[in-house]
Design a protein around this ligand. Structure first.
Ligand code: FES
Length: 192
């Protein structure tokens, strides 16, 4: 004998399942996608930078490194007077490498630095714990100062995206990208 109660329950549940299957839900529709609007509103709160800026000092300001060569030359030209542009120390032939006497004032020593070597690398080779961050001329962490004079006379930068021409004139250098062109005294850990 089939249990009438069990059969009744089974049929009831089947009917519920079928009813749910064919029901049309609440007809709730998601609101419109506002993510684009939110992004635009956030973007509008960020000041126009026309990145990369010659004066941008942020660490890693740099996706800019590539863009500088590409688009913004016109804008940078006035500010940077970048006579070092295109300087590639790796292109210096071995028999053309020149050495200069660099006095690291704070470290209390004078060492020879080759013109295909950065001041930072040379100092680190001595075991000195010198400051740095990006090592690409995009911040100021490695800043140093030619003790006496216009740094244009003493170094060439392979890349300088942070120091303005007048700051270099006051002696400031980025030791990570500065290569000597003469003897001089260097104060490490100096920034404008
Ligand atoms: S370490 Fe960033 S500019 Fe030298």
């Amino acid at each position: 004998m089939v249990d009438a109660l069990g059969l009744g329950l089974g049929v009831t549940m089947l009917l519920i399942v079928v009813a749910l299957h064919f029901s049309r839900g609440t007809e709730w529709t998601p609101g419109e996608d506002i993510s684009k609007e939110v992004l635009e509103r956030r973007a509008s709160t960020v000041p126009e930078t026309d990145f990369p800026e010659p004066m941008n000092r942020s660490i890693g300001g740099g996706g800019g490194a590539v863009a500088v060569g590409g688009g913004a030359e016109g804008e940078l030209a006035g500010d940077e007077e970048d006579e070092d542009e295109g300087f590639d120390p790796d292109a210096i032939a071995d028999d053309e490498v020149e050495y200069y006497e660099i006095e690291f004032v704070n470290e209390g020593e004078t060492i020879e630095v080759a013109n295909n070597e950065s001041l930072l690398d040379a100092g680190e080779d001595e075991g000195w714990d010198l400051p740095y961050a990006c090592r690409q001329g995009q911040c100021l962490s490695c800043g140093g100062k030619v003790a006496d004079g216009d740094a244009h006379e003493y170094v060439r930068h392979t890349n300088n995206e942070t120091l303005a021409a007048d700051e270099v004139e006051k002696g400031y250098v980025l030791t990570c990208t500065a290569h000597p062109t003469d003897d001089f005294s260097l104060e490490t850990n100096e920034t404008p």
